[in-house]
Design a binder for this molecule. Structure first.
Ligand code: PLP
Length: 398
């Protein structure tokens, strides 16, 4: 049986060259980067180089890069750090309904602390209408947070437009770029980005490390107080090996990799859409090079995931973080899918290591599994959905 990993939206294999770059910092150059001796200086040097390499990738300067433990921390630092900074002055934050849980749950928590939160609608592709954003900004708004690329449906959002609107209205603009970093170009100056969340483990780097880009001059309250690391914004002994690996991973994706992923993505998408009663989620063109999100009507996504897992194929339903719950994904509901259809949605996410042979194996097995599950399914075509609240308004929109 082949083994095919198509869950790169959840996490990726740490690349061999990344592991190699990290290795010396575990057992040879293991100094604390805050120490003044030779061991410490070696660690400092590695940190300086890594900070510069990450900064260059998004057209920022090294002193604008704060290393963190990953995407979740960078998003929490942005929302809560700016909220604490603005407390008693400005009170309003705008986010989209399709953000990652770590943005949405930070916003919900701040809501309980007395901040006003606006949750902007997205269209059927997951895109926020710039006009809606403009209208939502008030004199009280200090932050807008809208993601660059959606982790579930793969849509790439026009963050340059949001950045421009925010800059014109004197509001800070933050984007969560965990899914897009190194796959879609990011230029913080051209796109007028004030804060950007990045992480390593989605781009063949190690887990547990990421960064927040914060434009020079923006004041933020730290969440972790201590020895004053990371410009006093994120104390704790620096994760030197992780940071070295992160910087290495930022240069893994080549233009050739991206084109190869796009070709395989389109092939997989076209073949899977030949299965009757399926549709693609997310924007048909403005989408990540590695994401195919398909709803298989009349099927439970969990059953399909388990069936494919037995066939050696790893995929996901919704996002990995929320797949413990039986609630359908908030992203799929936000783009207007009925509950039943949302439940039948599978995300396939490719990597630079994915081969044509693996995609052929996947296509064959998905087709077989779907036929098998539909034969057994109580949701079978022609049979009414069994949910009590089913009505015509909740018909699938596609
Ligand atoms: C994975 C992911 C996160 C969380 O990042 P961690 O480094 O796992 O904490 C946040 N936002 C998006 C869009 C992601 O894909």
């Amino acid at each position: 049986m082949m083994k095919v990993y198509l869950d790169n939206g959840a996490t990726t294999k740490t690349a061999d060259e990344v592991v190699e770059a990290m290795n010396p910092y575990f057992n040879k150059k293991y100094g604390n980067s805050s120490s003044m001796h030779k061991w410490g200086m070696k660690a400092q040097k590695a940190m300086r180089k890594s900070r510069k390499n990450i900064a260059e990738k998004i057209n920022a300067t090294p002193d604008e890069i704060i290393f963190t433990s990953g995407g979740t921390e960078s998003n929490n630092l942005t929302l809560k750090g700016l909220a604490f900074k603005n407390k008693g002055k400005k009170n309003h934050i705008i986010v989209s309904k399709a953000e990652h849980d770590c943005v949405l749950n930070s916003a919900k928590w701040l809501d309980k602390q007395g901040f006003d939160i606006t949750y902007l609608n997205v269209d059927k592709y997951g895109i926020v209408d710039p006009t809606d954003l403009k209208k939502a900004i008030t004199k009280d708004t200090f932050l807008v947070s809208i993601m660059h690329a959606n982790n579930e449906i793969g849509t790439i959002l026009p963050i340059g437009k949001y950045g421009k609107i925010c800059r014109e209205n004197n509001v800070l603009f933050h984007t969560d770029a965990c899914q897009s970093f190194t796959k879609v170009p990011i230029d913080v100056k051209e796109m007028k980005l004030d804060l950007v969340t990045l992480n390593a483990h989605k781009i063949h780097g190690p887990k547990g490390v990421g960064a927040l880009y914060k434009r020079k001059g923006i004041k933020i309250t730290p969440l972790l107080h201590g020895g004053g690391h990371e410009f006093n914004l994120r104390s704790s002994t620096s994760n030197v090996s992780g940071i070295v690996g992160f910087a290495e991973s930022a240069y893994i994706h080549t233009q050739e990799d991206i084109q190869k992923m796009e070709t395989l993505r389109d092939y997989l998408k076209e073949e899977l859409l030949k299965i009757p009663d399926t549709h693609l989620n997310g924007h048909p063109e403005e989408r990540l090079c590695n994401n195919v999100s398909i709803s298989f009507h009349f099927i439970e996504g969990e059953s399909l995931l388990m069936n494919l897992s037995m066939r050696g194929i790893a995929v996901s339903t919704g996002s990995a973080c929320s797949s413990n719950s039986l609630e359908p994904s908030h992203v799929l509901l936000a783009i207007g899918l009925a509950h039943e259809i949302a439940h039948g949605t599978i995300r396939f996410t490719l990597s630079r290591y994915t081969t044509k042979k693996e995609i052929d194996y996947t296509i064959k097995n998905v087709k077989e599994a779907v036929i098998k599950l539909r034969e057994m399914s109580p949701l079978k075509k022609g049979v009414k959905y069994k949910t009590d609240d089913y009505d015509d308004e909740h018909q699938p929109i596609f």
